[in-house]
Write a new protein. Structure first.
Length: 467
């Protein structure tokens, strides 16, 4: 037993030693991360004759320009400036085959394209810098450039025209804060010879904000699909965020799209929406009917719905629908609503744990004893969901006490009685009084006639005239 453990420990130590030496400072790539020989402000160069290799820290001494024909590998560490000008720096390095610039926190820009003088360059390695931009034709004069390593820089966008050189077939881009937009769609071109097919680490690329850390290829694919589907609408579409569906399957993403169809003069809800639309804005249209919400499967993923400033008169169609049980936000401000299916809504709010916002202000709500008490209860019972309770008021009717009053603050008396109090001058009441008076008049006349007949024996005038 102990023998086996000892054996394993020996193997592990051996492995560590091996990896240490293979990665040791003899390899070109790691030189820049070793200790700088002498720290001072001057460039510091070392030439390794048998390997035609020149290593410089902190810049390049001019004297090397004269001896450059011996240099095939140039390694520049801790480049001191913000820019690197290939045309100027590489002047005379006609036999250069490999260029490495690494560990240079000051470098942000290649200021010129590599010139024909550097036409023997096969490998360029700019890693561990703050490189952000390079000219679109940076590499176009390099006919034998095969290998381009741009890992761990600050590149956000890449114009693929820069990668158009014929021999180039290995591009590395990981470790850059790449933006995932529709301009990055070139990465999806899997055909042979495409630039995307040369990016050997494309499956490891990640997006920067707003899709931090999500796999670039998958996100760009989603954006491209959305763009395509959006063309079938009159709206603007946007991927708001993506989340990984599982911890291990980064490729399985859940998508949240936002579709903006505000102020498009729509009279109906759109019949088609891009897949996975979770936010739909229909503000400022002329929509009257929200039946599609319950019948059209394209709406099944919609969680946030903005229908403010439309012509909606009723939402009874939503009564008992699934949508009411799962919505997150419903904005119905500024419509023509007078009442609501309060019982159905109350029931939905009890079951719907997503519900976070309901806007009902600026409508012409009926204030009567039949509808208002239950509506008022609903509003008061869900203060965190009903967001604009101060704007939920009775309809404006000019000669009415409760006109335009906040429904929350109404008392039962105001709702149910007060409206009858000042109604005694109502035309119907006047008619009633007139009719009652007429009845008394007729009864009086009848009694008089009866008394008169008993006394004088004369029939009333009207009976005498009848045939
Ligand atoms: C470029 O440099 C990095 C870091 O120094 C290294 O990991 C990579 O292998 C190098 N690439 C080439 C092509 O030398
Ligand atoms: C970067 O620039 C600053 C000042 O601009 C300088 O002090 C520093 O030495 C430079 N860094 C390197 C690695 O040369
Ligand atoms: C890339 O560069 C080409 C050539 O200058 C230009 O026409 C194109 O618009 C650029 N593409 C992007 C996405 O910037
Ligand atoms: C929409 O999301 C589901 C999972 O939530 C996913 O299976 C489907 O591929 C997505 N569709 C699009 C077009 O993104
Ligand atoms: C939606 O589109 C309208 C009109 O095109 C615009 O005014 C509004 O700002 C957009 N809203 C959002 C949240 O993008
Ligand atoms: C209320 O809605 C009307 C149109 O229905 C609109 O003109 C007005 O600006 C809205 N007021 C508020 C406070 O939103």
């Amino acid at each position: 037993m102990t023998k086996m453990i000892a054996q394993q420990i020996f193997l592990i130590i051996l492995f560590c030693i091996c990896t240490h030496f293979s990665n040791g400072f003899t390899k070109d790539d790691d030189i820049c991360y070793g200790n700088r020989p002498h720290i001072n402000d001057y460039p510091e160069c070392h030439f390794l004759k048998n390997r035609y290799r020149l290593v410089c820290f902190n810049g390049l001494k001019d004297e090397w320009k004269a001896k450059s024909e011996n240099v095939q590998v140039l390694i520049l560490c801790e480049w001191p400036k913000e820019t690197f000008d290939p045309q100027e720096v590489l002047q005379g390095f006609t036999f250069l085959r490999k260029l490495i610039i690494a560990n240079s926190n000051n470098l942000t820009r290649l200021s010129t394209a590599f010139s024909f003088e550097a036409q023997n360059l096969e490998k360029i390695n700019v890693t561990g810098t703050k490189l952000h931009t390079f000219p679109k034709d940076a590499f176009s004069n390099l006919p034998v450039l095969k290998y381009l390593d741009l890992r761990n820089n600050a590149l956000e966008e890449i114009n693929i025209t820069a990668f158009g050189t014929p021999a180039l077939n290995h591009i590395h881009l990981t470790g850059n804060p790449l933006r995932c937009t529709k301009d990055t769609a070139w990465i999806l071109d899997s055909s042979e010879g495409s630039t995307a097919s040369k990016v050997v680490d494309k499956d490891k690329l990640l997006c920067t904000t707003p899709y931090d850390g999500r796999p670039l290829v998958s996100v760009v694919e989603i954006i491209a699909t959305l763009e395509e589907e959006c063309k079938r609408t009159v709206c603007d579409c946007e991927l708001i965020y993506v989340v990984g569906a599982g911890t291990f399957t980064q490729k399985q993403l859940i998508t949240f799209n936002s579709v903006n169809c505000s102020h498009r003069g729509l009279t109906e809800m759109p019949s088609f929406l891009p897949a996975n639309t979770t936010t739909l804005r229909l503000t400022g249209n002329k929509i009257k009917d929200l039946t599609p919400l319950t019948t059209n499967p394209t709406y099944k993923s919609v969680l946030d719905l903005y229908l403010n400033d439309n012509l909606m008169e009723s939402i009874v169609k939503l009564e008992g629908s699934d949508w009411l049980d799962r919505f997150r936000l419903l904005n119905l401000r500024g419509n023509k609503l007078t009442d609501l299916p309060t019982y159905a809504l109350e029931n939905a709010l009890l079951h719907n744990s997503n519900a976070a916002g309901l806007y009902l202000g600026n409508n012409s709500w009926t204030c009567d004893c039949h509808f208002t008490p239950s509506f008022q209860d609903l509003l008061i019972r869900h203060p965190s969901i009903v967001k604009d309770i101060n704007d939920i008021r009775c309809a404006f009717i000019s000669d009415n006490d409760i006109s335009n009053k906040q429904i929350r603050d109404l008392t039962r008396t105001e709702i149910c009685i007060s409206s009858n109090e000042d109604a005694w001058l109502h035309p119907l009441d006047i008619l009633n009084i007139v009719l009652a008076s007429l009845i008394f008049l007729i009864l009086g006349k009848l009694l008089y006639d009866y008394w008169s007949f008993k006394k004088t024996g004369k029939l009333p005038w009207i009976v005498a005239k009848m045939p």
